[in-house]
Design a protein around this ligand. Structure first.
Ligand code: SRM
Ligand code: SF4
Length: 552
C-alpha cells in the first residue's frame, strides 16, 4: 500500500512539480514519500538494494537507496545514439547493466539520487525520454517489434506513435526539472487537457498490433488496437479491446487477472477520438478510493461492458461499430536473421530476462554497444529480446562477426524453452518482490528442460514465465507454465495458457519450493507426451486434462 494519498499528492503537485527540485538539492540519499510518488510520472522509482538491507542499516543507519530509471521506447525502437548513451550511463551512474522490459522499454538500475538529474538530462539530450514510463498515465505504447517494411506493420508503428504523442503529459515540469534544473512557479492553471490535475486513477496500458501478430500480448492491455483490412489491403476500421490487466494481490480475491473484452470497431479517422474517450471515462469513473481496484478492468467488470461502451460513445459523440472478426492469433518470437522486405534485414537476439550485461566470456553489452556505435538501431521486444534493425544484406556477416568476437553465439542455438521464457527483475531491486525470479530462472529452465528430455520431449517449446510476486510483470497468468512468488522460496504454479497468449492460465499448485517445481511437472510432461493431440501445445493439453480437473 502506498504510504501517501496519491490522489492528494497529484492534486497539490502543480502539474507533477511538487517538491522534487528542492529535494534533489538536499544531500539525503532518498526523497520524501510524496516526491517518490510524483517521481514515477517522471520515469524513476526509488528502490533499495534488498541484498544488503541489514548491512546498510547497521553501517549507515539507512537502507541502500538507489533509483531505477525507465526509458520510453514506443514500439520498442531505440535509436543507435540513445542506446550508446544508455550504455555509458549504465556504467557511469548505474549498476553496469541495462534491462529490456516486457513493455519494450529499457531500464537502468542502481542510480544514486545525486546522479538522477545528469542521467535523465543525458537521456533527453539524446532525444530520449523517461516521461510517463511510470505513474498514473498512459505508459509506453506497445507495437510489434519486427521492423517489417510491410504497410500493415508501418501503419501500426505510426498508430502507436500517434497514440503515444496524444497521451504524453503536457506539463512543462519534466523539462524544467531535468533539463533546466528549476521549476517555474506559475499561477496559470495546469494545461493537461486529457489528464487534468489528478491524472488517471492508475497506470493505463495501450498496445497496437497487426491482425494475427500477438507479440504484444493484446488481451493483457487496458486498450488494444488492431487495424482491419479488406482482402486487397485497404484499411477499413480499427478493432478495439478494453479492460485487460494482470495484477493481483495474494489473499485478496477482489483482485484478479482479466482478459480484455472486444469493445467494438471504429472508422480509421476516429481512432484517436475513440481511445481518448475510453481514457476519459476511466479518468472520471475509475475507482480513486482504492489503488488495488482502480484499473480499467475493474470499472468494466463492475459496471458491465454495455454500460462502458455507452459511456465511451457518449463522451466520443459517436457510436462504435461492431467488433470485426480477426484471424487467429500467433506469437512467433523471431530469432536469427529475417528479411524486412525493404532489402534490409533484422537479427533477433536472445537476452535472458532482458538483462544486458557483460558476463565473463559472454559480452552481450559490449557487443550491442559496438553495433549501436556503428549506427544500428535496436528494438526491444515484449518477449525481452533485442533486435538489430535495418542491416544491409552485405553487412550481415560483419554484424555476426562482432557478436561472435564478444562471445555471443548464434541465437538459433538457444533452446525453445529459454527463447520463450520471461522473468521479472524481482530481487534485489524490486520493493514488491516476495521471492526470487530473474536470478533463479536459468537454473529452473535447465531442470525443466531435463524433465522434458526424460519425458521424450527434448526441444519441446513451452512458455515458462516467472514473477517474484503476484503483480504479473512478466505476464505469468498467460503462460503455459506460470510461476508466481508467494514468499521466500515458495511459489504458485499456473497452467493452461496458450503459446499465442489468448487464454488465462489457472492456479494449479501453491506453496511449492523452487526445486520442487520441475519434478512436479515431470508426470504432466510424461502424460502430455503420451496423450497429446496432433499439434496440441502443452498449455492446450493442460487446459483439457489438468485445468478441467482443478476447476471441477
Ligand atoms: Fe510491473 C510494479 C517492473 C511490466 C504489473 N513493475 C512494478 C515495479 C515498478 C515495482 C514497484 O512498483 O515498486 C517493478 C520494478 C522492478 C525493477 O526493479 O525494475 C516493475 N513491470 C516491471 C518490468 C520492468 C518487468 C520486466 O520484467 O520487464 C516491466 C516494465 C514495463 C515497462 O517498460 O513499462 C513491467 N508490470 C508489467 C506488466 C506487463 C505489461 O505491462 O505488459 C504488468 C502486468 C500487466 C498489467 O499492468 O496489468 C505489470 N507492475 C505491475 C503491477 C500490478 C498492477 C496492477 O494493476 O495491480 C505493479 C504494482 C503496482 O502498480 O502497484 C507493478
Ligand atoms: Fe516486482 Fe512483482 Fe513486478 Fe516482479 S512481478 S517486478 S516482483 S512487482
Amino acid at each position: 500500500m502506498s504510504k501517501v494519498d496519491v490522489e492528494k499528492v497529484k492534486a497539490a503537485s502543480l502539474g507533477l512539480r511538487g517538491s522534487i527540485v528542492s529535494e534533489i538539492a538536499q544531500t539525503t540519499p532518498r526523497f520524501s514519500d510524496e516526491a517518490v510518488s510524483l517521481l514515477k510520472f517522471h520515469g524513476t522509482y526509488q528502490q533499495e538494494d534488498r541484498d544488503v538491507r541489514k548491512a546498510a542499516r547497521e553501517s549507515r543507519g539507512e537502507k541502500a537507496w538507489s533509483f531505477m530509471v525507465r526509458v520510453k521506447a514506443t514500439g520498442g525502437r531505440i535509436a543507435a545514439p540513445l542506446w550508446s548513451a544508455l550504455d555509458d550511463l549504465a556504467d557511469i551512474h548505474g549498476n553496469g547493466t541495462l534491462r529490456v522490459t516486457t513493455r519494450q522499454g529499457v531500464q537502468l538500475h542502481g542510480v544514486r539520487k545525486e546522479h538522477l538529474r545528469p542521467v535523465i538530462a543525458d537521456v533527453i539530450a539524446h532525444l530520449g525520454s523517461t516521461l510517463a514510463t511510470c505513474g498514473d498515465v498512459v505508459r509506453n505504447v506497445m507495437a510489434p517489434p519486427w521492423p517489417f517494411a510491410h504497410p500493415a506493420y508501418e501503419l501500426v508503428r505510426d498508430t502507436a506513435r500517434a497514440l503515444s504523442d496524444e497521451f504524453a503529459p503536457r506539463s512543462g515540469a519534466y523539462l524544467e526539472i531535468w533539463q533546466d534544473g528549476e521549476t517555474v512557479h506559475t499561477e496559470e492553471p495546469i494545461d493537461e487537457p486529457i489528464y487534468g490535475e489528478t491524472y488517471l486513477p492508475r497506470k493505463f496500458k495501450i498496445a497496437v498490433t497487426v491482425p494475427g501478430d500477438n507479440s504484444i500480448d493484446l488481451y493483457t492491455n487496458d486498450v488494444g488496437v488492431v487495424p482491419v483490412f479488406s482482402d486487397d489491403g485497404v484499411l477499413l476500421a480499427y478493432d478495439i479491446t478494453a479492460g485487460g490487466g494482470l495484477g493481483r494481490t495474494h489473499g485478496k480475491t477482489t483482485t484478479y487477472p482479466r482478459l480484455a473484452d472486444h469493445l467494438g470497431s471504429v472508422e480509421p479517422e476516429r481512432l484517436l477520438d475513440a481511445v481518448r474517450a475510453i481514457v476519459l471515462v476511466q479518468r472520471d469513473y475509475g475507482d480513486r478510493t482504492d489503488r488495488r481496484h482502480a484499473r480499467l478492468k475493474y470499472l468494466i467488470a463492475d459496471r458491465g461492458l454495455d454500460w462502458f461502451r455507452a459511456e465511451v460513445e457518449r463522451v466520443a459523440g459517436f457510436a462504435l461499430g461492431p467488433w470485426r472478426e480477426l484471424p487467429a492469433w500467433e506469437d512467433v518470437p523471431r530469432f536469427g536473421w529475417h528479411a524486412q522486405g525493404d532489402g534490409r534485414w533484422f537479427l533477433g537476439l536472445h537476452v535472458p530476462s532482458g538483462r544486458v550485461r557483460d558476463d565473463g566470456a559472454l559480452r552481450m553489452k559490449s557487443a550491442l554497444r559496438a553495433l549501436s556505435d556503428r549506427g544500428y538501431d535496436l528494438v526491444a521486444t515484449p518477449g525481452q529480446q533485442l533486435l538489430i534493425a535495418d542491416v544491409a544484406a552485405d553487412a550481415r556477416d560483419g554484424v555476426d562477426a562482432i557478436l561472435r568476437a564478444h562471445g555471443v553465439g548464434a541465437p538459433e542455438s538457444i533452446s525453445p524453452v529459454r527463447r520463450h521464457a520471461l522473468a521479472c527483475p524481482a530481487m534485489p531491486t524490486c520493493g514488491l518482490a516476495l521471492a526470487e525470479s530473474e536470478r533463479v530462472i536459468p537454473e529452473l529452465l535447465g531442470a525443466i528442460e531435463a524433465e522434458l528430455a526424460t519425458a521424450g520431449l527434448p526441444g519441446e517449446s513451452i512458455t515458462v514465465r516467472m514473477t517474484g510476486c503476484p503483480n504479473g510483470c512478466a505476464r505469468p497468468y498467460m503462460a503455459e507454465v506460470g510461476i508466481v512468488g508467494q514468499s521466500a522460496d515458495r511459489y504458485q504454479v499456473y497452467l493452461g495458457g496458450e503459446p499465442a497468449s489468448t487464454r488465462l492460465a489457472t492456479l494449479w499448485r501453491s506453496g511449492v519450493r523452487l526445486a520442487e517445481i520441475p519434478p512436479l511437472l515431470a508426470p504432466l510432461f510424461a502424460a502430455f507426451a503420451a496423450s497429446r493431440r496432433s499439434g496440441e501445445s502443452f498449455g492446450g493439453w493442460c487446459a483439457r486434462e489438468v485445468v478441467a480437473e482443478v476447476l471441477a
